[in-house]
Design a protein around this ligand. Structure first.
Ligand code: ADP
Length: 411
């Protein structure tokens, strides 16, 4: 099946990212990539851009994107206009297959697979297991099916990488009837973790910790390439404090907030949604700093002497350091620590702050190497633990899954 054009869509609460690859038995050639971000930022304009395979921006505009529908319209127009220009100015072809990132498929959908009406219905049942992501992914799946009705669509699950978590980490200590309803640790960022393993092949270290630090942040303990523990739980709200999410928190706090919300409301109908909003959209770095969830802005605020920003970042690095210590215990030692995600790849200060105090475990940074950019080793050569920075290649992993599923279905 040589040269299949595969479109992949990776959507979050405030952005739609997309890219197209020409996919063959072994080679993958990028045809384009783009994104709409700043969706639903009120008066603030969002950005819409598309880059060609040489990283040149062929679309770069500020747009008012009040909601997901207006954001998807921009993507739709771009995909269709390229097609219309097939006579001369074509920059990318009609997709032969489409892949969608879905954070969590719930207890019944654990494998990457082709989209069907039944699958969509099943995903709907578990939207609250990834409240910021799954509703967006479902919207985009439906719109894409309308746009390219004849093209097969596939889901690529973040929960797939963690599907074989041992029972001791998967089972959450709630009454059994909730476990039967699907409550368990699913973890997230699985596609990013898969991409790190893929890039480390053929020498994947036996005892590996990967910290995916982006707007959402999580960490995974990986033994011989398999996830054995991960910080996010039923939803991506658990684990490490991140941009707008609490991370792990005493359940008593949830009850306190819920009671306050119920007291303040007439009928209590929206209390669960308001609680979700409080712990997933208003908390974390934003909640503690009171101003922003963006690490670049937090770093500027720290330089300007803002104590709330300092505390937010200290909590962030502290919880990650705690998880690294715990996962060293879980793995019985450590061979490699990898930083990835927007903060993990770009913020050398966060990496230095997280690693400081971990020297007793053999985690040592070389300050000069840590200030370099891209795919680099940031520990000294003689270090017992190798510390690396590896940018995630999530789109490539999705393209690989789609290509494999297409090939399997054609047999
Ligand atoms: P998402 O989870 O939305 O995919 P990303 O992986 O893109 O998030 O990461 C976004 C985070 O990365 C933001 O907090 C942003 O401030 C941070 N970031 C991006 N570039 C830099 C940089 N050069 N220095 C510090 N932080 C950065």
């Amino acid at each position: 099946m040589p040269g299949l054009p595969v479109l992949v869509l990776n959507s979050g609460s405030s952005s739609i990212k997309f890219s197209m690859y020409e996919s063959g038995e072994s080679a993958r050639r990028k045809l384009m990539e783009g994104a709409v971000d700043g969706i639903g930022s009120g008066e603030k304009e969002g950005k819409f851009w598309i880059k060609d395979p040489n990283d040149r921006k062929i679309v770069d505009q500020s747009s008012h994107v009040p909601d997901l529908a207006s954001a998807f319209k921009l993507v739709e127009d771009a995909l269709l206009s390229a097609e219309k220009h097939s006579g001369g100015e074509q920059t990318w072809p009609h997709p032969a297959a489409i892949g969608h990132r879905v954070v969590c498929g719930g207890p019944t959908i654990t494998e990457n697979q082709r989209v069907s009406p039944e699958l969509i219905e099943e995903l709907e049942r578990y939207v609250h297991f990834a409240p910021l992501h799954n509703p967006v992914a479902l919207f985009i799946i439906r719109e894409t099916l309308k746009l390219f009705p004849e093209v097969p669509n596939f889901i690529c699950l973040d929960s797939y990488f963690h599907r074989n978590l041992p029972e001791v980490t998967r089972r959450l200590p709630v009454p059994a009837k909730y476990t039967e309803m699907g409550v368990q640790r699913f973890g997230a960022h699985g596609i990013s973790y898969e991409s790190i393993i893929e890039q480390l092949k053929p020498s994947v270290p036996s005892r590996l910790i990967v910290a995916h630090l982006g707007n959402g942040a999580s960490i995974a303990a990986i033994r011989d390439g398999q996830s054995i523990d991960t910080s996010m739980g039923l939803t991506p709200t658990g684990g490490i404090i991140s941009g707008t999410r609490t991370g792990d928190i005493d359940p008593g706090v949830l009850l306190f907030i819920l009671r306050e919300l119920l007291k303040a409301s007439d009928d209590g109908k929206h209390a669960a949604d308001e609680l979700e909003d409080a712990v997933s959209k208003q908390a974390g770095l934003l909640g503690v700093s009171k101003t922003t969830n963006d690490m670049r802005d937090l770093r500027k605020a720290i330089v300007a002497g803002n104590a709330d920003a300092r505390l937010a970042v200290d909590q962030f690095t502290y919880t990650i350091r705690k998880f690294i210590g715990a996962y060293i215990a879980v793995l019985g030692g450590l061979d490699m620590l990898v930083f990835t995600g927007g903060i993990g790849v770009n913020d050398s200060d966060s990496r230095a702050e997280i690693c400081s105090g971990l020297e007793c475990f053999g985690i040592v940074l070389d300050a000069q190497r840590n200030s370099a950019r891209g795919d680099v080793t940031i520990s000294p050569d003689d270090s017992s633990v190798t510390v690396r920075v590896i940018p995630p290649e999530e789109d490539l992993i999705m393209v690989n899954h789609v290509y494999r599923l297409m090939a399997e279905s054609s047999h």
